[in-house]
Ligand binder design. Structure first.
Ligand SMILES: Cc1cc2nc3c(=O)[nH]c(=O)nc-3n(C[C@H](O)[C@H](O)[C@H](O)COP(=O)(O)O)c2cc1C
Length: 252
């Protein structure tokens, strides 16, 4: 058993690592951008795939990964874990349907509420104490789910018809275009000092430094990792101003 995950601000990484440590102590979870991800999936029959929900959908980077390597899923048993700020409808269902098309067996799905990762939208920001409480609640849920998985009962969150309708009508009909490709524009303000933290951490290798400033090559996965770590809060994606950098390590 192995875990593969995309995580921008650390929420999903925490959840998948916790779940795996409880279900199968000693098993590893590796990031989707790791070149070892493909050979490791090939070697394992049971895959736990985790990602943050984006507009009740999977991030394009995850869709792209599944499609590009469509020949590795046949016969795999896949459990899906998604994290979300509030509402995802069928966050897990989106990947489940695609993986089934490529021959995977879906064991189940778990959708966990975590702090919102969008740092440049004031409306979504919650105080650190509230985020910490959300993380504690998530930890308890994951512990409960791990117990039931260990006795062979997999949750089926986000996989049914009603969840599909909720995701579709609640968000995807209106925001689908945001997740059908990589984002061309991320905004870098004059506050950028060209330190290269964003370049080092981008899972898409989308950023470089040109003329002392971060520059995007147009392949942003909207994970918000760069936004969350920039020491000058100089990067934005959906909004125009960073209100509070969202990072899992702030909440524990
Ligand atoms: C571009 C974008 C879109 C998002 N859309 C949703 C959404 O539709 N529903 C939701 O509940 N959370 C949404 N979120 C919040 C994230 O899914 C959530 O904070 C997640 O835990 C982040 O995980 P990470 O830290 O592993 O990246 C969105 C976040 C981003 C960056």
């Amino acid at each position: 058993m192995v875990g593969i995950y995309l995580s921008g601000t650390g929420n999903t990484r925490h959840c998948i690592e916790l779940l795996m440590s409880l279900v199968s102590p000693g098993s590893e979870a590796i990031p989707i951008e790791d070149p070892e991800a493909i050979p490791i999936i090939r070697e394992n029959d049971e895959i736990y795939l985790a990602y943050p929900t984006q507009f009740s959908n999977m991030p394009f980077m995850v869709r792209d990964f599944i499609n590009k390597h469509n020949n590795i899923w046949s016969g795999k048993k896949v459990f899906l874990l998604t994290t979300m700020g509030l509402f995802s409808g069928d966050g897990t269902g989106c990947a489940a349907r695609l993986l089934k098309k490529y021959g995977a067996d879906i064991l189940g799905g778990l959708q966990v509420i975590m702090p919102d990762s969008i740092s440049d939208c004031k409306l979504l920001k919650k105080p650190v104490e509230e985020c910490s409480r959300i993380v504690r609640d998530a930890n308890k849920r994951i512990a409960g789910v791990a117990l039931s998985i260990s006795s062979g009962r997999y949750p089926q969150e986000g996989l049914g018809f009603f969840a599909h309708m909720a995701g579709l009508f609640g968000q995807r009909l209106w925001f689908y275009n945001k997740t059908t490709g990589y984002r061309k524009k991320i905004k870098v303000s004059d506050a950028c000092i060209g330190c290269g933290q964003c370049v080092k951490n981008c899972p898409m290798n989308n950023l470089s430094i040109a003329d002392g400033k971060a520059l995007s090559a147009g392949k942003c996965a909207m994970c918000y990792r760069c936004v969350s770590i920039c020491p000058k809060q100089a990067i934005t994606v959906l909004g125009d101003k960073v209100y509070a950098q969202c990072r899992f390590d702030k909440y524990v």
